[in-house]
Design a protein around this ligand. Structure first.
Ligand code: SAM
Length: 229
C-alpha cells in the first residue's frame, strides 16, 4: 500500500494491540484515519482537531453512523467530535486521552508554534501515548526532485534531528520514546531508513498519578461536527 496508508495502518494496529478507547487525531486533514478507526470495537471516543476544519465537510459525512452501524449495532457507544483549532491552543476537552496522533503535522508548524507544541500536547493534554510521524529527509534523494516533499513544509528532519527533538521532549514531560517508521527504502538504499519516521511516546507511570485534575475547564476549539452512535 502507499506510504500514507501505511501510516494509518500503523496507528490502527497500535489501537488494536493496546485496546485504546479514547483517541484524538491532531491535524486530521480529510479524516481518513478517524474514519478507519471508527470500525474498531474497542474505540469509544474519537476526536479530530484541525486548524483548517470545515463545517459540513465530506469528512463529517463519512463519520456519520451509516447503514453498517445500524445493521451491526455496536456493543459500546461511540462519539466522534471534530474541532477547528490549533494544536498550540490548550483546550481541556483534549485532556485524558489514551492516544494522541500527529500524522504528518509537525513539519507544518513554524518555529514559534513548534516551540509551543510539546507543552500543549505532552504537558497539558498529557495522553497515555503519543504517535508523531514526519518525513525522514534522508530518504529525499530517492525522489526525482530533491526539495521538500510539500511546499507547506517548514522543515524536514533527518533521523538524528527528529530523535534528538523527541528524546528531549520525552525527558521534559516524562515519556519514553521508541523510533520506527513506514515506507521501506528500495534494495541497495537501506542506509537512508524509512520514508516516514515515527516516534511512539509512552507516558511514564509515575507521571500518570501526579496529573493535576484541578485545572479549570478551557474550551477554545470550535465544534464543527459531532455524532454519536
Ligand atoms: N494527518 C492527515 C493525514 O495524514 O492525511 C493530514 C496531514 S496534512 C499534511 C497536515 C494537516 O495539519 C492539515 O490538515 C493542516 O490543516 C493541519 N494543521 C497544520 N497546522 C495546524 C495547527 N497548528 N493546528 C491544527 N492543525 C494544523
Amino acid at each position: 500500500p502507499p506510504v500514507y496508508e501505511q501510516r494509518y495502518y500503523f496507528v490502527k494496529n497500535l489501537v488494536n494491540q493496546h485496546g485504546l478507547k479514547k483517541i484524538a487525531d491532531l491535524g486530521y486533514g480529510d479524516a481518513t484515519l478517524l474514519w478507519m478507526l471508527k470500525y474498531h470495537r474497542c474505540v469509544e471516543c474519537l476526536v479530530g482537531v484541525d486548524i483548517a476544519a470545515q463545517p459540513f465537510e465530506w469528512g463529517g459525512g463519512r463519520l456519520s453512523p451509516g447503514v453498517g452501524g445500524f445493521i451491526i449495532p455496536r456493543e459500546l457507544d461511540l462519539t466522534i467530535t471534530l474541532y477547528r483549532g490549533s494544536v498550540v491552543q490548550k483546550d481541556s476537552r483534549l485532556r485524558g486521552f489514551d492516544l494522541i496522533t500527529c500524522i504528518e503535522l509537525i513539519e507544518h508548524l513554524d518555529s514559534e508554534d513548534l516551540a509551543k507544541f510539546p507543552e500543549v500536547v505532552f504537558g497539558y493534554f498529557s495522553p497515555g501515548m503519543v504517535v508523531i510521524s514526519t518525513p525522514n529527509s534522508e530518504f529525499n534523494p530517492l525522489f526525482p526532485a530533491s526539495t521538500f516533499r510539500n511546499p507547506d513544509h517548514r522543515f524536514e528532519w533527518d533521523r538524528k534531528q527528529f530523535q534528538t527533538w523527541a528524546l528531549d521532549v520525552g525527558k521534559l514531560y516524562s515519556y519514553s520514546v521508541e523510533f520506527t517508521g513506514v515506507g521501506d527504502p528500495p534494495a541497495g538504499a537501506e542506509h537512508v531508513g524509512y520514508c516516514t519516521q515515527i516516534g511512539v511516546f509512552q507516558k511514564n507511570i509515575a507521571k500518570a498519578t501526579g496529573s493535576s485534575i484541578s485545572e479549570p475547564e478551557e474550551h477554545v476549539y470550535e465544534v464543527v461536527y459531532r455524532t454519536s452512535y
